[in-house]
Design a protein around this ligand. Structure first.
Ligand SMILES: C=CC1=C(C)c2cc3[nH]c(cc4nc(cc5[nH]c(cc1n2)c(C)c5CCC(=O)O)C(CCC(=O)O)=C4C)c(C)c3C=C
Ligand SMILES: [Fe+2]
Ligand SMILES: [Fe+2]
Length: 339
């Protein structure tokens, strides 16, 4: 029995007739907002050595002995509060993005292309996505992780998952990998558009907070560029909008565990702002290409409460770019050179 999976024909025949498959990926959600589904999801997620960089044996004891006994119940409640009739917002929005990108590609004359969505953790898996592309006869593949700012735990980990599948294939496809797009002009424009639409409607807040998903500071010390790419994103958007730099702050959210993470922390910043007489803020979260637990629950609910309890008066969250037309146009612009 060969360890390589077979394909009936040489899929690489006819170089110029090749069809291009786009695997549009994001992080992934549990299958349901229940402790059992959360346990499965968190076990896969938190066992990834790119996510937690402490010695394996020690971490496995902590993960299985403590975290997977406590966290699934707590996280299930949080997921329940954002769950919709379409399931997890992240999965639903990612599907909408894939469908829209597929339509746009056809409109732009790329008939021999097909977009399939997949998730790094949970379902639909990266393996299922790659197999779906192969079954459709798509033999050039663009891996498109929807993380604008490269980081090892997100983009790097997606690469690991793809290579873990492809190492079992007999015919490895022609492969292109998008490892980030935070400087893409159309992406920056689309963030700027979403902010100006909010400002036109609600006026300029005292502070515009750019809250990025955090990571342990150790990752930065070990060379992960994510922190720098986040600050660059803020700078590019601020320049595009011609905003006063003093009106803007970049912060990092979603801390997990006891170690130091990237600072300033979003929650601590929001708790401190009213003491500086800043009671009117708007928050945007450019590292999330789709709304998810970390925006809909943590930013919309938890952090709002923190700010208001500290004396804050006006708090608004500006939605992720999701399936906005200008966002899908930006994503098309990112992959165009690879088509
Ligand atoms: C444990 C360490 C974690 C690191 C490092 C981390 C980096 C990281 N994550 C995202 C994007 C998302 N994370 C999401 C949820 C989430 N993240 C962690 C932990 C780390 N993330 C956990 C444990 C969870 C699960 C929720 C919980 O139990 O609290 C999500 C949302 C998923 C959803 O279903 O909605 C996203 C998206 C980035 C961009 C990033 C590094 C830069
Ligand atoms: Fe995360
Ligand atoms: Fe969170």
């Amino acid at each position: 029995m060969s360890r390589f999976s077979a394909v009936t024909d040489n899929p690489h025949d006819g170089r110029f007739n090749q069809k291009t498959g786009i695997l549009l990926t994001n992080l992934g959600s549990p299958d349901a907002p229940t402790p059992a589904a959360l346990r499965t999801y968190l076990r896969e997620f938190l066992s990834d050595p790119r996510i937690v960089e402490i010695p394996r044996l020690v971490w496995m004891v902590i993960l299985h002995g403590i975290i997977l006994r406590v966290r699934p119940k707590r996280s299930a409640k949080l997921y329940e509060s954002i769950w919709t009739e379409n399931g997890s917002p992240l999965t639903h929005i990612t599907r909408q993005q894939s469908l829209k990108l597929n339509t746009l590609l056809k409109e732009q004359g790329y008939a021999n292309t097909e977009v399939v969505m997949a998730m790094r953790y949970g379902n639909p898996s990266i393996e299922a996505g790659l197999e779906a592309l192969r079954d459709k006869g798509l033999t050039r593949i663009i891996i498109l992780p929807m993380y604008p700012q490269y980081s090892s735990p997100t983009t790097g980990s997606t690469f690991d998952a793809v290579s873990n599948v492809l190492r079992k294939w007999r015919w490895v496809p022609e492969l292109h990998f998008v490892n980030g797009y935070h400087k893409n002009t159309r992406y920056i424009e689309s963030l700027a558009n979403s902010i100006s639409e909010d400002l036109e409607k609600n006026g300029m807040p005292q502070k515009l907070v750019f809250s990025y998903h955090g990571m342990p500071k150790l990752f930065l010390d070990r060379g992960d560029p994510y922190h720098c790419l986040c600050l660059q994103t803020t700078r590019l958007v601020v320049e595009k909008l011609g905003l006063d730099k003093d009106k803007v702050i970049s912060t990092f959210q979603s801390r997990f565990g006891k170690a130091e993470w990237l600072k300033p922390y979003t929650d601590a910043t929001l708790a401190a702002l009213p003491d500086e007489n800043i009671t009117d803020v708007a928050i945007i979260s450019p590292a999330f290409s789709a709304d998810c637990l970390e925006t809909l629950e943590e930013l919309e609910e938890e952090n709002r409460e923190i700010f208001e309890n500290a004396g804050g008066e006006k708090y608004r969250y500006i939605a992720a770019l999701n399936d906005r037309d200008d966002h899908i146009d930006a994503i098309f612009d990112v992959i165009k050179p690879m088509l």
